[in-house]
Each structure stands twice: as structure tokens, then as C-alpha cells.
Design a protein around this ligand. Structure first.
Ligand code: 5RP
Length: 307
């Protein structure tokens, strides 16, 4: 099945073809073929410190030399992403502290009359969205979404990502791949030259974890990735369990020189459900930092709305 293949661009196109006959809501669904490259970088003006809606607790954060905190950069990125939302859209909601800021903004818009339905990528995001009065749906009822907005643990200049720091990588990938457009919002500390400083999360089924770990290590080593592989644990010391009932192995590879090769190799390991490499999935990156908001786009069709 196409879901197991690395080329999500083709996968999404196939999914669209399959469902287009059944579902007239796919108008506008577009995926550039093959692995998409980030082709355009736009720098926007500096963000005024304190100008965004500051989340509770932000004042306790360490201030940066530019007067802004990481929290405010995340907020600035979320505020830019909200410009892509229109009434009538079906929207995938990411997981994590940056995505949560987008969900908060969406909640404000819904209270003001915005008509949307959303698919959350985790139980935590579901609870947040429900509390804000955001209408929820499922991929069973709405298999194609217009837009997903999510955070990332790392992103490079080709909009390749590491995700899964919050343990939601599988649902995040399923929802993103079902979306016509994927926007990643992040503060500039997530932007890297080479992926891998952030430990790569791999979701594995609990059965046979020891053997799975050995195979992961062997396959990764063949791709030039060596380093410790650590079972993620909950605060009480028990294994961290994902919303899907699986475990997460955090792989400290430091540098992933060939993410595509590693992604392909890991998918051959039977106990691996998925890994946190998101390749050819993101369409737009919105990165906020001391120099302002930087926009990365994967192709010329990824529009940037006027403010
Ligand atoms: C969760 C994720 C998050 O998007 C990622 O961990 C970034 O989180 P944050 O915005 O809190 O830094 O992939 O699985």
C-alpha cells in the first residue's frame, strides 16, 4: 500500500485519486509530485516584542536579547499560520506547545463565527480543541483535510522534519498526509542544517522490543547513524505509551546525513510502526525568531496569504 512508501507526495496524490470520485470536497487538493524542495525563503520584518497575545506564564520565561521569549516566537508563528484558515475548511490540529498556540487562536476565531471542523492529532489536542468549542471530526468521516498546522522538533532548509517529541508522531503523520496543505510553525531554534541533534523518535509495538531495537540499530548503522537508542519513559519510570498503545524509542544519532535512506531502512523493521522523519510532507514552514518571521515553501503553489 502507498502508506508504507516513502514518497508521501505520490501517496497523497493516490489517495486523492482514490477518493475524488466519492467525495466532492476534494476540490483544490493538490500535491506536487515527488520529494518537494523548499524553493523560496521570505523574510518578514521584525516582530514587535510583546505585541502578540502572550500566553499565561510567558512572563516567567527567560527573555532573549531581542526582548522576546521562545514562547512569543511560537505565538508569532501561530499568528502567521492562522492567516491561511478560511471558513468551511477541514483542518488537522498538531500537537505540542507551538501547535497549542495555533489551536488557541483557532478557538478565538470560532467564537467569532469561523465555521471549521478539525481532526486532532492527539488526545491532548482533542481535549484542548473541545474545551475551546472547536467542532471535531474524524478521518473516517472526513478522509481528506484542507490544511494541517503542526509544530516540529527540527526542520531543515528542505522542509524535512523530525517530529514526535510529544509522542504523537504517528497520528501527526497520518493527519498531515491526509491534508492538502501542511504548515509547520516553529521558533527559530528548531531550524537546523542537518537533522539529528534532536533524538529521532521511533514508534514501536511493545512486543519484541529488544529485537526491534537491535534491528533498528543495525539498519541505522548501515545508513551512517550510530548512537544510543533509549526507551522513552513516563515521569513515573514506566515506559511512555503513545495514544496508539505503542512505545517510543529515542535515537541519539546526532547527525542524519541521509534522512531518506534512514526512513526507508527503518520501515523494513517489523516492529517499527513509524518514525519521526517527515520527508516531503510539509508545504510551508513558518519560523519566527529575532530576525522576524521566515517563510519556507516547498513549491511555487504553496501560497502565502496577504496580511
Ligand atoms: C509532537 C510533536 C511536536 O510538534 C514537537 O514535539 C514540537 O513541540 P513544541 O511545539 O512543544 O516544541 O512532534 O509529537
Amino acid at each position: 500500500m502507498c502508506w508504507l512508501r516513502k514518497d508521501y507526495g505520490d501517496c497523497k496524490a493516490q489517495l486523492s485519486d482514490l477518493l475524488a470520485d466519492k467525495d466532492s470536497c476534494v476540490a483544490g487538493f493538490h500535491v506536487a509530485p515527488g520529494l518537494r524542495r523548499a524553493t523560496k525563503i521570505t523574510a518578514h520584518g521584525p516582530i514587535a516584542a510583546g505585541s502578540s497575545h502572550r500566553a499565561a506564564g510567558a512572563a516567567r520565561e527567560k527573555r532573549r536579547p531581542d526582548g522576546m521569549s521562545a514562547d512569543e516566537w511560537k505565538q508569532a508563528a501561530a499568528e502567521r499560520a492562522i492567516l491561511h484558515v478560511q471558513s468551511g475548511m477541514k483542518i488537522g490540529l498538531g500537537t505540542g506547545s507551538t501547535a497549542a498556540k495555533f489551536v488557541d487562536l483557532l478557538g478565538q476565531k470560532v467564537r467569532a463565527g469561523l465555521d471549521i471542523v478539525c481532526v486532532p492529532t492527539s488526545d491532548a489536542t482533542r481535549a484542548q480543541a473541545a474545551a475551546l468549542g472547536i467542532k471535531l471530526t474524524t478521518l473516517e468521516d472526513d478522509p481528506l483535510l484542507d490544511l494541517t498546522v503542526d509544530g516540529a522538533d527540527e526542520l531543515d532548509s528542505e522542509l524535512r522534519l523530525i517530529k514526535g517529541g510529544g509522542g504523537a508522531l504517528l497520528r501527526e503523520k497520518i493527519v498531515a498526509v491526509a491534508s492538502s496543505r501542511v504548515i509547520i510553525i516553529a521558533d527559530h531554534t528548531k531550524r537546523v542544517e542537518t537533522l539529528g541533534a534532536f533524538p529521532l523518535p521511533i514508534e514501536v509495538v511493545p512486543f519484541g522490543r529488544g529485537s526491534t531495537e537491535r534491528l533498528i540499530a543495525d539498519m541505522a548503522s548501515d545508513c551512517g547513524c550510530d548512537g544510543s537508542i533509549v526507551l522513552r519513559r513516563a515521569p513515573d519510570g514506566s515506559p511512555f505509551v503513545t495514544d496508539n498503545g505503542n512505545y517510543i524509542m529515542d535515537c541519539h544519532f546526532s547527525m542524519i546525513e541521509d534522512p531518506e535512506a534512514l526512513d526507508d531502512a527503518l520501515k523494513l523493521v517489523p516492529g517499527v510502526v513509524d518514525c519521526g522523519l517527515f520527508l516531503g510532507i510539509a508545504d510551508i514552514g513558518i519560523i519566527a525568531g529575532p530576525m522576524g518571521v521566515e517563510i519556507l515553501t516547498s513549491d511555487d503553489d504553496a501560497f502565502e496569504p496577504e496580511d
